[in-house]
Design a protein. Structure first.
Length: 485
């Protein structure tokens, strides 16, 4: 498997522990290692698969009746703020009085409390610093002209019309929302869980920390299966794409404005493993690039370039997956030495051998995900009217193999991994439906182009196309219970 976040490698749970916040100790628990505890105001919305396999979906603020998440508020304190809204403009030329412009049929239009991004002139530039403000809907706005801020921090007339009359939003003081702070909890193998304790007594595991570096880290698996806790990374480009000098000899890495300590770069076509690089000194300006064999200035500025140095994976602490629960469905977290330390555990179904996709229909079920041994909606059809959809799957990435399973020089061809079920949105409602696999399709292929015209397409190498078979009864998949504690 290629280098990835998070890993999907099953590892048996050797030890199950629970964290007692505030004292930094762990206590045995025969069924699960809780990731959270509800408080007097913040209550957890939970998915429960039975047998101790439970996962938190979100926090519900009982004072507002809405979900909230912890972000840094405008006072610099981390607080559980209501949901973020993109449909926000301003009714004044100084961009100080927000309005909500969401259509009334959308979920955004039904909120009373909200947060929105705010960019002041002092924080504008190539890498602007966005602030977050909280607000409360107060009623219809009488404004006839609306405004917005651009990335330069300038307030100007909104360049497009809104679909519905705007609704005024009153900016509220951030201290009306629950504050939280981070501390460390259970530890093992040089790693420790990071726990956010809130003022109302609630808490939640939110991260894992490398104790030797005193830096938060994430689980990373190489194609060879070596799993490590690597400082939080961003995907970067390197090796011949950008340069610091006009001669295009000083190779540099591309990252985003939120610069991490480590850049992750993976180029599966070269048949090598994932690469990790430490980020060094920032490069002044936009840099240079090769174009038609000439070294020319990069013609855009929406990026940041840094010098880098490659880091071997074995310098980072070892990590492993830990499955929690006693039933068919388990919660997979990761940690070290058999101790679950991470947040955001996800469900795995031991009946299918794969991860779960939580599907909400008439009930909540743990259904197979879109990856693994599944055939997925291909976008290809059997007929010139594009009416009969096909499922497809490709040869997966293998150790020592390149794109689509093509053999690397000096190696054997990649073995195939047949799909076992198909996932298709047959009725176009956006919800996945599950099918047995029918016959493999070896005939002509068609697809809709950008103008929705059905036309012939070329068969992709290494991809199998099959007809959907009989629908699979969803009640064969495990049932989950959803509730607010």
């Amino acid at each position: 498997m290629q280098g990835s976040f998070p890993p999907k490698r099953a590892v048996a749970a050797a030890l199950v522990l629970s964290f007692v916040p505030g004292c930094g100790k762990v206590t045995p628990d025969p069924e699960s290692a809780p990731e959270w505890q509800s408080g007097s105001r913040l209550r957890a919305r939970v998915l429960d698969a039975g047998g101790g396999a439970r996962s938190i979906e979100e926090w519900v603020d009982t004072a507002t009746g809405q979900a909230c998440s912890f972000v840094e508020a405008s006072d610099g304190v981390t607080r559980c703020l209501p949901g973020h809204q993109d449909s926000v403009a301003f009714e004044d030329a100084a961009c100080e009085k927000p309005v909500l412009t969401a259509p009334p049929t959308s979920e955004d239009a039904n909120v009373e409390w909200l947060t929105f991004d705010f960019l002041g002139p002092e924080s504008a530039g190539v890498c602007p610093t966005w602030g977050v403000r909280a607000g409360r809907v107060t009623g219809p706005s009488s404004a006839t002209t609306l405004y917005s801020r651009d990335f330069g921090g300038n307030c100007s007339v909104l360049p497009y019309p809104v679909e519905v009359p705007p609704v005024s939003v009153e900016v509220v003081a951030p201290d009306r929302f629950v504050a939280g702070h981070e501390t460390t909890g259970a530890s093992a193998g040089g790693l420790a869980s990071v726990v956010r304790e809130a003022d109302d007594g609630s808490w939640q595991t939110v991260n894992v920390r490398d104790l030797s570096r005193q830096a938060d880290c994430a689980s990373f698996s190489s194609r060879s299966g070596d799993q490590r806790c690597v400082p939080n990374t961003h995907v970067g480009w390197r090796t011949g794409r950008y340069f610091a000098d006009a001669g295009c000899t000083d190779d540099v890495a591309y990252t985003t404005c939120d610069t991490p300590d480590i850049v992750y770069s993976d180029d599966p076509a070269d048949c090598t493993d994932a690469h990790l690089f430490s980020v060094g000194e920032r490069v002044d300006g936009a840099g240079y690039m090769l174009q038609a064999g000439e070294c020319v200035p990069v013609p855009y500025e929406d990026h940041v370039l840094y010098h880098y140095a490659e880091q071997p994976l074995d310098v980072f602490p070892a990590a492993e997956d830990v499955d929690l629960g006693t039933g068919r469905v388990k919660v997979r977290r990761w940690g070290a030495a058999g101790v679950a330390l991470s947040a955001n555990g996800y469900f795995v179904d031991t009946g299918t051998g794969g991860d779960c996709l939580v599907r909400r229909g008439d009930d909540v079920r743990c259904t197979p995900t879109y990856y693994g041994a599944t055939a997925q909606q291909s976008g290809a059809f059997t007929d010139s009217s594009c009416s009969v959809s096909l499922l497809s799957w490709g040869v997966p990435y293998q150790e020592g193999h390149g794109v689509a399973g093509a053999a690397c020089p000096g190696t054997a061809s990649a073995p195939e991994e047949p799909a076992t079920i198909g996932i298709l949105d047959a009725d176009g409602d956006g919800a996945p439906e599950y099918f047995e696999l029918g016959e493999e399709w070896l005939g002509d292929l068609y697809a809709l182009n950008d103008s929705s015209i059905c036309q012939p397409v070329t068969r992709s190498d290494g991809v199998h196309y099959v007809l959907p078979g009989a629908p699979i009864d969803l009640t064969t998949y495990p049932l989950l219970t959803e509730f607010v504690e």
